[in-house]
Structure formats: C-alpha cells, structure tokens
Design a binder for this molecule. Structure first.
Ligand code: NAI
Ligand code: ISE
Length: 336
C-alpha cells in the first residue's frame, strides 16, 4: 500500500524530504503540501512535478481524509500544535527536531500519544540511522574500548543567518548530540554547564559563538561538545569516545585524497543535507515502513522529551553560568 503523505512546511528540509519520498524511497507519495509561504509550496510541487493539493494551512491538510500520514517540517515553534492535531486525528506523524521547543510542549505530546493508546509520532533524529554512528555504537557495545569514560565532540557549521541566536545553539544544533549520546551510551544526563570562549568576529551581536557544553551522565561519563556555527571552513561533526582501553572515533565522510599543487588533502562538506543524506533516507524509509506495518519503531516522543528536558537545562546553564541539574521524569512503560 502506498502511504499518502502531507508535508507541512516546504522549506529546506521539507522540500528535501518531499524529494526523497518522491525520487528515492519506496512505499509512499506526497499528495498534499502547505507552507505559510504558499509560493514556496507551489515551487516544490512544480520542481518535483507532484500530483499534490496545496492547502491554505496545516490544520486543513491534517484533517483531509486522503492524507494517511503527516510530515511536520515547519519552524520548530509550530511543531507542537501540528503534532497534537495529527494525534487527535489519529494520523501518523513524522516531526522534524525539535519535537517542541519546550519540555512542557514535548510532555503535552507524550500525554496525548499515550491517551491515543498507540505510537503515532516519530521524531526526526537521524543520527542513530547514520552508518558511522552505528559502527561507533557497535564498537562500544562489544566492549572493544572498555567502559566509556569521556566523549569529546564538535558540531560545526560553516555559518548561520542573523535569526540564529545563542539559545539556538542548544535547541537547534546541540539537540542532535543530546539525542545521539543517550543512545550511544545507553545512559541519561544528570547535569549541564555551558562555557563561552572568546567570541569569533564572524558571529553577529545576538549570538555567542563558539560555545562549549559540558555534560555529565548518570554512569559518570563526562562529555564536552564544542558548538561552533560560524567556523567558516565547512560542516564538521566530530565524536571521539574515550574508553578504559582505547578511543573510538566517528568515521569521517568518504572523500578522495588528492595530491595537487604541492598539497595533500581532501574536500570537506559544507552542507548538513549532504553530510547525513543516507541517514535521512533510512529514517524516512523506516517511518514509511512503520506506518505500513502500523508500528513505529524509530525515535519516539519520549526521545523528543528527553532531548528537550536536557536542552532546557543547557539554556538555563547558558544564562546562569552555573552547573544545572537535568532531571528526566520516569520513563512510562508505553515507551520502553
Ligand atoms: P526553513 O526555514 O528552510 O523551512 C521552514 C518552512 O516552514 C518555511 O518555508 C516556512 O515558510 C514554513 N513554515 C513556517 N511556519 C509554518 C507554519 N505555521 N505552517 C506551515 N509552514 C510554515 O527551515 P528548515 O531548515 O527546513 O527547518 C525546518 C525544521 O526542520 C526545523 O525544525 C529544523 O530544526 C529542522 N531541521 C532538521 C534538520 C535535521 O538535520 N534533522 C536539518 C535542518 C532543519
Ligand atoms: C540544523 O537545523 C540541523 O538540524 C542540522 O543538522 C544541524 O547541523 C544545524 O546545526 C542546524 O542548524
């Protein structure tokens, strides 16, 4: 059965997901689109040559009986209302990160989903689908480096726009690390601290950049993550797990090494869309399969809530300069 999908928000990632559903993945088709900027939805429909209806707003799209499942790829602050509406309509929904911009917003979604009685939500945390992170987890789980003691990580973007402010380094960017390290270590965070090094001149007035986030887990693992979103040189994700008996590094993306003009080197990626292109494909294919089987298995609302609780503590730590506690509520059996 081909799943009929409606996309809310047809900007960068909405258009890219519509493309992959149409051109790369199997088992689904995009039949509905909406965007507050209707011209943007029209453009995606034309570019992909879609046989799709454009709706005036997300609620109208969710209500349409022909729409089996919804993709929420609008701005983060709009996610909660659309995910709640999809749950109310009994429809499966794939929501890009963040699930909601506050922990309370995520809790509202968790409560609504549990009341609905079955999993309807998958969150767009794609890193657990990335082959590099999967290899890293396999090495850790096999005990090849002994018990993990520390993680040194970096999340670097070439540059960001003027609308990207200090708290977004957490909600928009670090949120991926907050999700993937819980999964890598099978552990939960207990505290966070944020340190601001000397500021780069490439960051605008409202943005402190770079930042270093220090996390501590229940098992005592210490994690440092450099978030540097105007690093200029490329899009770069680093992760080194230090264990009792060795260090395991996240593999670099494949690239040709060249000897040229008296230099040895390779090109770096600059765009997040390219860096995780395979994992976006696999996560969405997994969502489609889950909808077909009526059983979602990908990142859940609980993962969205856990990341949001941790993110809220990190933002508090940005503001206080102190070490802030991270306190997750008890995980309901529904999400075990
Ligand atoms: P964008 O700004 O390129 O696109 C968002 C689109 O949503 C815009 O076209 C905007 O007009 C539309 N929109 C905003 N409010 C709306 C509403 N109420 N109803 C309908 N449409 C609305 O932003 P981008 O980069 O595509 O990000 C969208 C979401 O995806 C964000 O939550 C972002 O954090 C997430 N994202 C996730 C990535 C990942 O690696 N998983 C990568 C990039 C973005
Ligand atoms: C963006 O929204 C994403 O989710 C990308 O994966 C991330 O690397 C980037 O920093 C965010 O702005």
């Amino acid at each position: 059965m081909s799943i009929k999908i409606g996309v809310i928000g047809t900007g960068a990632i909405g258009a890219d997901h519509a493309r992959r559903i149409t051109k790369t993945l199997t088992g689904a088709e995009v039949i509905a689109l909406t965007d507050v900027n209707l011209a943007q939805a029209e453009k995606v429909k034309k570019d992909l040559n879609l046989d799709a209806t454009i709706y005036a707003d997300g609620h109208e799209l969710i209500a349409k009986s022909g729409v089996d499942a919804v993709l929420v790829t609008s701005w983060g602050a709009t996610h909660e209302e659309y995910v709640l509406a999809a749950i109310k309509a009994g429809k499966y929904v794939f929501c890009e990160k963040p699930l909601a911009t506050t922990a309370q917003g995520c809790q509202n979604i968790v409560d609504a989903e549990m009341s609905a009685g079955k999993r309807l939500v998958q969150v767009g945390f794609m890193r657990p689908y990335d082959s590099g992170y999967k290899m890293l987890k396999a090495v850790i789980d096999k005990g090849d480096i002994g018990t993990p003691l520390m993680i040194h990580a970096a999340h670097r973007n070439q540059s960001v726009g003027k609308n990207y402010v200090t708290a977004m380094a957490i909600h928009d960017t670090l949120i991926h690390e907050l999700d993937v390290f819980r999964w890598l270590l099978d552990d939960e965070y207990v505290s966070a601290q944020v340190i601001f090094p000397r500021k780069t001149p490439h960051a605008h007035e409202q943005l402190a950049d770079p930042q270093i986030v220090l996390l501590e887990t229940k098992k005592g693992v210490r994690i440092d993550v450099e978030v540097f979103v105007n690093c200029q040189y490329g899009y770069d994700i680093q992760c080194a797990v230090v264990g009792e008996e060795g260090i395991a590094n996240l593999p670099e993306p494949q690239a040709i090494t060249m000897r040229k003009k008296a230099q040895l080197g390779n090109e770096l990626l600059v765009d997040w869309k390219e860096r995780f292109i395979d994992s976006y494909d696999v996560e969405l294919q997994d969502f489609i399969k889950g909808v077909q089987a009526e059983q979602l298995t990908g990142p859940s609302s609980w993962n969205g809530l856990a990341a949001a609780v941790s993110a809220d503590a990190c933002v508090k730590a940005q503001q206080s300069g102190q070490i802030e506690a991270i306190e997750l509520p008890e995980r309901p059996t529904f999400y075990r």
